[in-house]
Design a protein around this ligand. Structure first.
Ligand SMILES: [Zn+2]
Length: 249
């Protein structure tokens, strides 16, 4: 865990907001990150670890501005980029530590957990066909902005935590689609600053389709591919995170 830390523990929270279910089928990928597309402030990230941190900082800056405009205190969150082959304990452990498939926000320790292997496999395309949606022909995952979508989505859950949306008994799918919408709203801000390049939009839309699932009867359902794509694009089109409240019933 590094900067942006607010070591608040939320009593009794053991909610895990994973990005979605997936299987690791691809070969190990190098964790070297070849910088392209999304233009980030400061020095160019050279590794996935650095890229995840840079995107988190970018998303954090966006939400800090949004919250300031709304008269809210600065959002703060911890993050942990899990090295390949390792696992880390979290307040969301239910017998399984966060490992190579982790991409989650844990309200219990206010921390975003993303596996560097998972992120590298998204970036390289190794997981392209292995996700619930993409395995059925919906979308695909490759490129830096697919990874950025995941980071912004998990940060969206942290925003929901800041706004007190957990503990209201909202269905998972509503929170997931709102987090996708939040990710789109952040992407819009980057686009308005001319920091997206060709392909970024498609990378995010492809990833949103790819992580959609069809298990609508399951309480853990995160939304169908179409729902997730539309939620992300809705946030991108409006550029207004308040519009994302429409996903909450
Ligand atoms: Zn989620």
């Amino acid at each position: 865990m590094t900067a942006l830390i607010r070591p608040t523990l939320l009593a009794g929270a053991a909610l895990l907001l994973a990005f979605g279910a997936w299987q690791h089928l691809g070969p190990d990928s190098a964790d070297a990150y070849e910088s392209r597309d999304l233009v980030l402030d400061g020095s160019e990230p050279q590794t996935m670890d650095q890229f995840l941190t840079a995107v988190t900082g970018d998303v954090d800056k966006y939400w800090t501005d949004v919250f300031a405009d709304a008269g809210l205190p600065e959002p703060r969150v911890g993050y942990s980029w899990i090295p390949a082959g390792q696992s880390v304990a979290s307040a969301c452990d239910d017998g399984t530590a966060m490992g190579d498939s982790a991409a989650a926000y844990c309200p219990g320790d206010d921390t975003i957990y993303i596996s560097q292997k998972f992120a590298s496999d998204i970036y390289s395309g190794a997981l392209d066909q292995a996700l619930p949606g993409s395995s059925q022909g919906y979308g695909g995952t490759i490129g830096d902005f697919a990874v950025a979508y995941i980071v912004a989505h998990e940060y969206g859950h942290q925003i929901q935590d800041e706004l007190g949306l957990f503990g209201r008994g909202l269905p998972t799918v509503q929170l997931e689609l709102q987090a996708d919408c939040y990710a789109g709203a952040w992407a819009k801000s980057a686009d308005q600053e001319n920091r997206l390049e060709d392909g970024d939009l498609q990378e995010a839309l492809g990833a949103a389709l790819a992580v959609g699932d069809f298990d609508a009867g399951n309480p853990g359902h995160h939304g169908t591919p179409e729902q997730r794509e539309q939620a992300w694009y809705g946030g991108f089109e409006s550029g207004d995170p308040a519009s994302c409240g429409s996903y909450l019933g």
